[in-house]
Design a protein around this ligand. Structure first.
Ligand code: 5GP
Ligand code: ZN
Length: 112
């Protein structure tokens, strides 16, 4: 989609530190990391919200979780990791292209 930063990264129009890519998803380092390791897992198809799910999108995301689990040890996440999907402004979603944050590489807090 025009004007979407993640679509531009997927198209190679904006540089990114990619750590994995296949036909359906790409994983790259977040530009403003909130943990020692902070990756973004982004489906290549542009849509913003889980409410826009259909069977194909559901399969891509389920497969993405399986791929993240398989890749985790090689990404430095062997001690554990946190997955976050921000949905909507109140949750802090700033890029309207669905993505999974992958955080880890250090002990993570869980306090308000
Ligand atoms: P959200 O706030 O929408 O859940 O997450 C968007 C994330 O994308 C943020 O953590 C932000 O740092 C990251 N981000 C925004 N623009 C870029 C960019 O151009 N390159 C990379 N690698 N990450 C970006
Ligand atoms: Zn997009």
């Amino acid at each position: 989609m025009k004007d979407c930063v993640f679509c531009k990264i997927i198209a190679g129009e904006i540089p990114s530190a990619k750590v994995y890519e296949d036909g359906e998803i790409v994983l790259f380092k977040d530009i403003a990391p909130l943990a020692k390791i902070h990756l973004l897992c982004v489906p290549k198809e542009h849509y913003a919200h889980l409410s826009e799910w259909n069977a194909a999108r559901k399969r891509v995301l389920a497969d993405a979780l399986e791929k993240i689990a398989a890749l985790a040890p090689s990404l430095g996440l062997e001690d554990g990791y946190r997955l976050v999907i921000n949905q909507g402004e109140s949750a802090g979603q700033t890029v309207p292209h669905l993505h999974i944050h992958i955080l880890g590489g250090e002990p993570l807090g869980w306090e308000k």
